[in-house]
Write a new protein. Sequence first.
Length: 253
Amino acid sequence: ALQKLADRATDFTQALLEKSANFKQAAAKFQLPLHETVEFTAAEPDPQLKVDPKLGAAAFKLSTQEPHSDAVQVADGFYVLNLTGETEARPLTLEEAKPKIVDALKKTRARELMSTKGAELVQQLREAKKSGQSLDSAIEKAGAKPEKLPEFSLIEKESEKSEGNEQKKQSPELLTIKDSVALLNPGDVTDFVPSGTDGLIAILEKREPLADTSGADKKAAFEKRILQNKERIVLVEWLRDRQQAAGLEFKKG
């Protein structure tokens, strides 16, 4: 069945190569359904193009000189795209930019407030530790949500490496926690660490001694990697702030 669809799509694209070919007329001749999108951008594609990432990529390769795409295969068939018009990029007017500016300011303010509250909680926990108070009580008093993690290893065993597969199974939050507690002593409290739209504070409960003779070398290599990770985090945070200040917004897709 898919091969028949592929053959029809090929015949249709060949028909569009004829001089003065009309997309709608050709589609009617081949009895193909037509779907029209609204005006969209690369950052906010039309919902119909979200069927497959290849559709959005193909749409932005079209031009007035080449308004028809090749057949684009998706899970259940093929699409052929036709450009009916395009709007040149231009600076936003003040009215258009205002909602984005307000949203960026709100996000920046929320991030600053979260960091301030996080730093205050860190200080409370460290003071509680110094005075011999229960950290659990301090956490409960602050209204934070504690979560106890199972034991984990900071340094991968050789049998677990296999081209980084172990890290792929771990959540970004766990990797962040590992980096944060790597150089702490038992009972120490990390700084507040932003994580997505939230943040976290980690407390190292205990640390087991290294079991093998190569542990010192592994620890040195691990500490070097931690430093590199922290440098990357600082760079990413700085770039994000600069992007928001410039009114830019990037989304995963």
